[in-house]
Design a protein. Sequence first.
Length: 64
Amino acid sequence: MKIKVDRGRCTGIGICESVAPDYFEVGDDGGLVLLREHIDDSQRAEVEDAVRACPALALSIVED
Ligand code: SF4
């Protein structure tokens, strides 16, 4: 499974970064940097929490 970002929706608020910092980082320009695309099984719940926490509904988890 991997993370998909809808960059047209992302507003750079950074909630995803606070929930799953191994995967998400908001850059100095306010753009989201996806640090890792593929989800480690042991961190699946954390990434799911980040996806749910995004207020802009910019994140989703998709099949490889
Ligand atoms: S929480 Fe959503 S809107 Fe905020 S930076 Fe992450 S993906 Fe973008």
